[in-house]
Ligand binder design. Sequence first.
Ligand SMILES: [Fe+2]
Length: 179
Amino acid sequence: MATIRIRNTGEQLVDEANIRQFLTDNGVYYDHWSLDAIPAALHNRFQLDDAEKEEILKSLAPQIEALAQARGYVKWDVVAMSEATPNLDEILKKFEQIHTHTEDEVRVMAAGSGVFIIKGKDGGYFDVELTAGDVISVPEHTPHYFTVTAERKFVAVRLFIDPSGWVAHPYDDPAFTQA
Ligand SMILES: [Fe+2]
């Protein structure tokens, strides 16, 4: 289950109904999936070869296909990151720049955890911390970035409407609060 921290006030949301309402109010799609279909041998694994990534996609196929059909995604893949990822710090530094896309950014957290930092409708930023099973979509043109939590590892499914058009446009925002 996701949790939310509002940067301007320090307020934390942990109640599921409040979290869902807050995300809906900010135009952010949110859902939570059961991951029971993922084979036990792939649980809590953060270094995955292509066949293992395929197996995760296959095990989640009914949920992925329903989401894709409902929201227009045509392609999906799996990304895994951990301390074992070469140049992890460099990659994270690149991640941690506020940007926008011309299409929405959808992620299914399949293992581990991660955070989306998103610009809210009131102009302030909020953090959505995701754990396994959380599904989120940051709307198109909404400033945001993604990073890891203290455990620095996650496996996520990404879905795309047009993978070739999924480009990050930097967004320089003086209103952004770093901490
Ligand atoms: Fe993004």
